[in-house]
Design a protein around this ligand. Structure first.
Ligand code: DQQ
Length: 534
C-alpha cells in the first residue's frame, strides 16, 4: 500500500492530514483571502463533513484556522456541505451553505462572523432560525444543494442559485430575497437542461473580458455527478426574465465546454477586487485506492488558483495559474531552438528536481501537411482518442510534448502531448494527459485524459504547454490556457529514486521547441499549524 510521504504536495493546498473535497466560500475581505473547504476531521475518507478554513495574503501560502462550521445544529448535524460567501455590505460577509439535516434532507443555512474586528473572521455563528430554505414541493430533498454567491438585481433584491435535479433535468434554481434571510423561489430556474442530470456546485458570474466587448457575457458552471467533471456555458443574463440564456443550446452534455479535462471537480470562483481578476479553484481527488488513502492519512488537494477570463472571440474561457505562484520559482533553466525529429526523446538534464517544478514550453510546427484528417465523431470522446492514439503511436503532426515524472529508465512517465488534425479548412489540436504508464504500482486509476483546443494554427504555428508538477499532481495548460488537464499520479520513482523531464516527438514531421523554461519550485507554507487563535 502507499505510505510514502513523497506523494504529498509541496505547493498545492491541502491540510496537514485527513480528507478534503470542494473549495467553499472563497473571498477577499479587508486585505485577506479566505478559503474554506469540505473537510473530514476524523479521517481520510469522505464523511463527517465540516468547513475547514484557511487565510492568506497571496493565495499561495496559507495559515490554517479553526474550522469555520461544525456539525452542531439540527439543520446541519449530518454534514456542513458546500456553499459560498457573499459580502452583503462593506462590513458584512456571510456564508450560505447546505446542511444535511437530522433527517438527511438537504437544506440551506446561513452563518455570520462572530467578530467583524477580527481580520481573520475566525469564528462563525449560526442563527436559530436556520434553515432558510427547505426542499419542499417538487424539490427532491437529496438533490438540492450548493448555493452560489449572491448577486443584486436592478430591483435591489438579492438572488442566489441552488444546484438541483428537477424532473430528471439538471437545474440551477433561483431564489430572491430582500434581506438575504427570507428567500422566495422564482417561478423558473435560472437555467435547466435535459442534457444532464443533477448539477452540483453551480457558479454564476459575469466573465472578465480580454477585450472590451460591448456586451457582458455570463458564465454558468456546473459539476455533473454522472461524470465527476466541471462544465460551463457562456451566454446572456436576461435580467427582466431572470434567466440565463446560453449562446449554444445542445442536448448532450458531452458538447458542453469543460473547465478542465482531467481530475478536477466542484470548482468555485470569486472576484478579486484587489487585482481585478476572477480566481478559480478546483478539487482534485486522489487516483489511488481508499485503502491507500487510509494508509497515507490524507486525501484530496486543491488546484493552484487560476485566473479565468473570456478570450477575444467571446467563445471560450481561458485559464492561467495566478501570477503569485511564480514567486516559488528558482533555478531557472532556459533552452532554445531544439529540433525534435521523428522519434526524438530529449532529456532536460538541467532540471535537477523534476518532482516539484514549473515548465513552460513552446512548440513550433514547421509543416502541417501531414496532419491526419479528423473524424467529427471524435469530438464527442477525445479521451478515447487519447487512449487509442497514445504518445508512443506514430502520427502525422504529433504526438509531441513532454514526458513528466519519468523514472530513469522511462518505464514510468506521464505523457502530456498534442496532436494536430486537419478538419475542413482549419486544424484541431488534441491535447492529452496519459497516466497509463505513470506508475508501476498496482491498484491505481490511470486514465488518459484529453480534449480539443481551439488554437488558430493558420495564424501562428505554435502551441504552448505549461505544466505545474508537484509530486502526485500534474496540472497542465495547453494553448495559453485554452485547455487544462489536472492529473494525479503516484510514480514509484518518487519513492525510490529521482524523476526526470523529457520532450518527445513521435510525429512524422519535425517539431521545434522554440523555448523551454523550467524552474524548480520552492515549498509553500501551507496550513503547517494552527497559529492563530481567537
Ligand atoms: N460535495 C459536497 C456537496 C457537493 C459535493 C458534499 C460535490 O455539497 O454537491 O461534500 O463534490
Amino acid at each position: 500500500s502507499i505510505v510514502s510521504k513523497q506523494y504529498r504536495t509541496a505547493y498545492h493546498f491541502q491540510p496537514p492530514k485527513n480528507w478534503i473535497n470542494d473549495p467553499n466560500g472563497p473571498m477577499y475581505y479587508k486585505g485577506i483571502y479566505h478559503l474554506f473547504y469540505q473537510y473530514n476531521p476524523n479521517g481520510s475518507l469522505w464523511g463527517d463533513i465540516i468547513w475547514g478554513h484557511s487565510v492568506s495574503t497571496d493565495l499561495i501560502n496559507w495559515i490554517r484556522l479553526e474550522p469555520a462550521l461544525d456539525r452542531t445544529t439540527p439543520s446541519d448535524n449530518n454534514g456542513c456541505w458546500s456553499g459560498s460567501a457573499t459580502i452583503l455590505a462593506p462590513d458584512s460577509p456571510v456564508i450560505l451553505y447546505t446542511g444535511s439535516d437530522s433527517s438527511n434532507r438537504q437544506v440551506q443555512n446561513i452563518a455570520f462572523p462572530v467578530n467583524l474586528t477580527d481580520p481573520y473572521l475566525t469564528k462563525w455563528t449560526k442563527p436559530a432560525y436556520n434553515p432558510l430554505i427547505e426542499p419542499v414541493g417538487d424539490l427532491n430533498s437529496s438533490e438540492f444543494r450548493d448555493p452560489t454567491t449572491g448577486w443584486v438585481g436592478k430591483d435591489n433584491l438579492w438572488r442566489i442559485a441552488i444546484g438541483a435535479e428537477l424532473q430528471g433535468k439538471g437545474a440551477a434554481i433561483l431564489y430572491k430575497s430582500k434581506d438575504f434571510v427570507h428567500w422566495v423561489r422564482a417561478k423558473d430556474p435560472l437555467h435547466s437542461s435535459s442534457a444532464s442530470g443533477m448539477w452540483e456546485c453551480p457558479d454564476f458570474y459575469p466573465a472578465v473580458a480580454e477585450g472590451d466587448g460591448s456586451e457582458t457575457k455570463y458564465v454558468l458552471k456546473m459539476s455533473l455527478t454522472e461524470t465527476g467533471m466541471d462544465y460551463y456555458m457562456l451566454g446572456k443574463y436576461e435580467e427582466d426574465r431572470d434567466a440565463f440564456v446560453p449562446d449554444n443550446v445542445v442536448d448532450d452534455y458531452r458538447l458542453w465546454a469543460r473547465i478542465d479535462f482531467g481530475k478536477f471537480y466542484a470548482s468555485k470562483s470569486f472576484f478579486d477586487p484587489q487585482k481585478h481578476r476572477r480566481v478559480l479553484y478546483g478539487w482534485s481527488s486522489e487516483s489511488d485506492s481508499a485503502s491507500d488513502d487510509v494508509a497515507k492519512g490524507w486525501a484530496g488537494i486543491h488546484t493552484i488558483p487560476r485566473t479565468i477570463w473570456l478570450d477575444n472571440s467571446g467563445k471560450q474561457l481561458l485559464q492561467w495559474p495566478i501570477e503569485e505562484v511564480e514567486s516559488l520559482r528558482k533555478d531557472e533553466v532556459h533552452l532554445q531552438d531544439i529540433d525534435l525529429n521523428t522519434g526524438a526523446v530529449f532529456e532536460v538534464k538541467e532540471l535537477k528536481e523534476a518532482s516539484q517544478a514549473d515548465v513552460e514550453a513552446e512548440f513550433e510546427l514547421y509543416n502541417l501537411e501531414r496532419a491526419e484528417p479528423l473524424d467529427p465523431n471524435w469530438l464527442l470522446d477525445p479521451q478515447k482518442l487519447c487512449e487509442e492514439q497514445s504518445a508512443s503511436a506514430p502520427g502525422g503532426v504529433g504526438p509531441f510534448g513532454l514526458l513528466l515524472l519519468a523514472s530513469d529508465d522511462l518505464v514510468e512517465h506521464t505523457a502530456v502531448y498534442f496532436k494536430v488534425y486537419r478538419s475542413q479548412n482549419s486544424y484541431m489540436v488534441l491535447m492529452c494527459s496519459d497516466q497509463r504508464r505513470s506508475s508501476s504500482r498496482p491498484g491505481l486509476y490511470k486514465p488518459a485524459y484529453g480534449g480539443f483546443l481551439d488554437v488558430d494554427l493558420q495564424k501562428e504555428r505554435k502551441i504552448s504547454l505549461r505544466t505545474l508538477i508537484d509530486h502526485s499532481v500534474i496540472e497542465s495548460f495547453g494553448g495559453g490556457g485554452r485547455g487544462c488537464i489536472t492529473a494525479r499520479v503516484y510514480p514509484e520513482a518518487l519513492c525510490t529514486g529521482s524523476t526526470y523531464l523529457h520532450a518527445f516527438n513521435n510525429g512524422s514531421t519535425t517539431v521545434k521547441i522554440s523555448t523551454l523554461k523550467a524552474w524548480k519550485m520552492r515549498r509553500a507554507k501551507i496550513n503547517e499549524n494552527i497559529s492563530i487563535r481567537s
